[in-house]
Ligand binder design. Sequence first.
Ligand SMILES: Cc1ncc(COP(=O)(O)O)c(C=O)c1O
Length: 401
Amino acid sequence: MPKTALSKRAQNTPPSPIRKLAPLAINAGKAGIHVYKLNIGQPDIESPREYFEGLRLFEEKVIAYEESQGNERLCRAWSKYINRTLNIDTRPEQFIITVGASEALVFTFMTCCDPGDEIIVFDPTYANYLGFAAIAGINLVPVLCRMEDNFALPVRSRIADKISDRTRAVLLCTPNNPTGTVCSKEELRILFDLCEERNLFLIVDETYREFVYDDFEPISALNLEPKSDRIIVIDSLSKRFSLCGARIGCLLTPNEEVLASALKIAQARLAAPTMSQFASAYMLENIKDDFLERVTNEFRARRNKLYAALKEIPGVIAHKPQGAFYTVVQLPVEDADAFATYMLDKFSYDGKTTFIAPAAGFYMQGSQGLQQARIAYVLNKNDIGEAIAVMAKGLESYSRR
Ligand SMILES: Cc1ncc(COP(=O)(O)O)c(C=O)c1O
């Protein structure tokens, strides 16, 4: 009997480019090699003790479903946190609590687009956007950001050129994964004005909002136009508070119609996890601002260490990321995927090797980024120094093959 066919959607959903080489890393580990993991955005920062305290304070005898919109106390605490840190005036009713930013993105795509509609994204892009688009049956239309320009947003006309009669939204991630580039308020304003003129939603993924360095201050798209019906903010506790496994994110918008429609989708999936919402509310109510100051300072120091180390390696072109905890570098190799594979499969120095993510998987346009890799600076400074030194040895050895 022939096999029962699977959906085109399932077949078209791309595998995660950062997990692709993971089996090789597991094998290297089994062979006794220490693998420095710079491939994935899993920070090593300890989660706030206030989250664990919150978990211990959960005293219900039944772990019941939460409200589909989210735990009321959490919506209030998150709204207060945003209002205090960004000096805006959000209201708890403008939040839908989701299973991470990931679910908020799926809800947003489903709410704003019909199958076949288009969303403009900036390339290279957070690779899971492709998966969310496949789930929602929509097409992402890439606008290229170039390494020579530090991956800054292209000029307005290059973005406007991509708008078609199927375009429903522009999706921006700032601070950016994978490039670490941060949008200025002026650039955000240009995008907002374009969306206003062409009647599009502006979806801004602010998962890394507080992780900005040098002269940047954390801002939200809602700082531009706090009451705009056009703006949908995607937010998450995952990276900011090192709570990736807590699975708490939100969709935040002043647009009541979007909220009402997204809520219907939220109702269909019932609710985000009860205990995690309870603990997150307690954490946001009790955490001190110095937690984030400390973490941001730590990432800044790691960024500086990484950038200095990369600049020392002959042939490597590094740009200095302004935010998040990623950078994309150009390596002196023809094919960064083959080099990343070599590092895990064939190379070790002093019993160690380094795991980087080939950047081609983050580009939607086929031939881009073949010589580039994304590096996540999620290890402590010492380990970053060691990992980059091992990568430099790997590059030497690779060029001699
Ligand atoms: C840009 C961006 N958006 C969203 C997510 C998903 O975050 P969450 O853990 O909140 O689902 C990530 C995770 O790496 C990310 O980098």
